[in-house]
Write a protein that binds this ligand. Structure first.
Ligand SMILES: Nc1ncnc2c1ncn2[C@@H]1O[C@H](COP(=O)(O)OP(=O)(O)OP(=O)(O)O)[C@@H](O)[C@H]1O
Ligand SMILES: [Mg+2]
Length: 313
């Protein structure tokens, strides 16, 4: 549905996007991540035909973004980073105006407006001037604009920015809902959101693609099978020696914490059951046994720091 091949974009001598390639399959929800200035918006603006690339190519729904931009626009709903809206227009007028731009006839426009106003919770404000709306409501108008012509593909640049927590949840579930019929690519800085919404994640940093995979794959890459924390009551050396003797344990450390020994274990597999058995056999009191799951944030921080070090080296 989206094919990006060796895409680059330079602003003067500065390469904002540097030779990236990726694809998004039909029906996927893909998260596009990266720190501020990574090149997300630049890539998205190329894909939505707002800006030409310096080199490389991109196609959306089989149409080339450079030479077939009218076809691309017909297939894509785009929510820009900052939504350009006319403050004096009422919400209904805005939607009607955009409907005309998409070439919808009056009957189609009325139906489309009812559909998107309902989906984006705009009922209450439909007859108010956009300039009087709060930031979150303006964001919803932007989303409604993107959905108006019922496009096959949605490209959303930070869709939940400025929304309150309840709206963030509802938007997240709206996006998941939309993904049943649409292909979705969204950029975001809210990692738990991306983790909850997206099937696949693409991370870029300083214009380069640095990782891609499912949230679970990326988490595993940062932590292996994960770390374990066990808190037992015994001599630290005894605890450490016994835990290190378990099959699959790579490393372990012990610290004293208010009269208990906290053992941190890195292992190739989940050894919680083994540790519980060990504690029972040795008659150690055991007050905690938990697995520390790496988050996507851990991965993100690690990969961004890693590319920074590489550049500096
Ligand atoms: N019109 C422009 N002229 C010159 N440089 C630009 C222009 N637009 C963007 N840039 C630069 O290109 C780089 C990438 O910007 P971009 O907006 O794509 O980042 P982003 O990943 O969307 O960041 P953010 O998370 O802050 O939205 C930045 O260094 C930015 O300063
Ligand atoms: Mg951006």
């Amino acid at each position: 549905m989206i094919e990006v091949r060796n895409l680059s974009k330079a602003y003067g001598v500065y390469k904002a996007v540097d030779d990236i390639s990726f694809s998004v399959q039909e029906g996927e929800i893909v998260g596009f991540l990266g720190p501020n200035g990574a090149g997300k918006t630049t890539t998205i603006r190329i894909l939505t035909c707002f800006m030409p690339a310096t080199s490389g190519s991109a196609s959306v729904a089989g149409f080339d973004v450079l030479t077939q931009s009218m076809d691309v626009r017909r297939c894509v709903g785009y929510l820009p980073e900052s939504v350009p809206l006319y403050p004096e227009m009422r919400v209904r007028e805005d939607l009607n105006f955009r409907g005309k731009l998409h070439g919808l006839n009056p009957g189609e426009r009325a139906a489309a407006i009812t559909r998107v106003a309902d989906r984006c919770w705009l009922g209450e404000v439909i007859d108010r001037p956009i300039g009087h709306l709060s930031k979150g409501y303006r964001q919803r108008v932007g989303l409604a604009d993107a959905l108006l012509h019922n496009p096959k593909i949605l490209i959303l640049d930070e869709p939940t920015v400025g929304l309150d927590p309840t709206q963030i949840r509802e938007t997240r579930s709206l996006i998941r809902d939309l993904a049943r019929e649409h292909t979705v690519m969204l950029s975001s800085h809210i990692l738990p959101e991306v983790e909850a919404t997206c099937q696949r994640i693409i991370i870029i940093n300083r214009g380069r693609l640095v990782a891609s995979g499912t949230p679970a794959e990326l988490r595993t890459r940062v932590a292996g099978e994960g770390k374990l924390i066990a808190e037992v009551k015994t001599a630290p050396q005894e605890a450490l020696a016994a835990v290190k003797g378990l099959v699959g344990v790579q490393d372990a450390h012990a610290d004293a914490v208010d009269g208990w020994v906290r053992v941190q274990v890195s292992a190739q597999r989940d050894v919680r059951e083994d540790i519980a058995r060990l504690a029972a056999e040795k008659r150690w009191p055991l007050r905690e046994l938990r697995r520390e799951i790496a988050t996507l944030e851990d991965f993100f921080v690690k990969i961004v720091a890693g590319t920074r070090e590489e550049r500096e080296a």
